[in-house]
Design a protein around this ligand. Structure first.
Ligand code: DQA
Length: 158
């Protein structure tokens, strides 16, 4: 019998999914969103998951349809989803239906504290279909979400 990798069994993975305008992280409104780029965030998330034997599949799009296509393809087989939906958090009902359909654990992350900002940011349409939300802790929120989704794999380096 070969090992799991040579037999082609996929390694466990989490999704790191970022919505509209998050490709601009590090440049856009740094006083609100900080100076780290999305590549920095990906590195930080991998630093949490790699020691637990978990890979990260990362995707960013400015289009709700492309996000849904990615989630439908990679979501069902994932351990869970770290999702910063950007402004889709406030009106993205197709994204909401997609997450409900997939039925995997989802941690919704917002870098800024949306509740302290403009009123239109206070309404979060994904709330009822996500596992939990991390709001206002900066880019550390992504790492905390990764910790949560891989917590039972602590010490399972392989
Ligand atoms: C955001 C908050 C949203 O209101 C905004 O549209 C974003 C970023 C955040 O991470 O704080 O694009 O999701």
């Amino acid at each position: 019998m070969g090992d799991r990798v040579s037999e082609g069994v996929a390694r466990p993975y989490v999704l790191l999914v970022n919505g509209p305008n998050l490709n601009r992280l590090g440049v856009r409104d740094p006083q609100i969103y900080g100076t780290e780029t999305l590549a920095d965030v990906e590195r930080r998330v991998r630093a949490v998951t790699a020691p637990r034997g978990v890979e990260v599949r990362s995707f960013q799009s400015n289009s709700e349809g492309a996000l849904i296509d990615f989630l439908q393809q990679h979501g069902p087989g994932s351990l869970g989803i770290i999702l910063n939906p950007g402004a889709l958090a406030h009106y993205g009902l197709a994204l909401r239906d997609c997450l409900e359909d997939i039925g995997r654990p989802v941690v919704e992350v917002h870098i800024s504290n949306v509740h302290k900002r403009e009123p239109f940011r206070h309404h979060l349409v994904l709330s009822a279909v996500v596992t939990g939300q991390i709001v206002g802790l900066g880019t550390a929120g992504y790492e905390l979400a990764a910790e949560y989704l891989t917590r039972e794999r602590d010490g399972q380096q392989r």
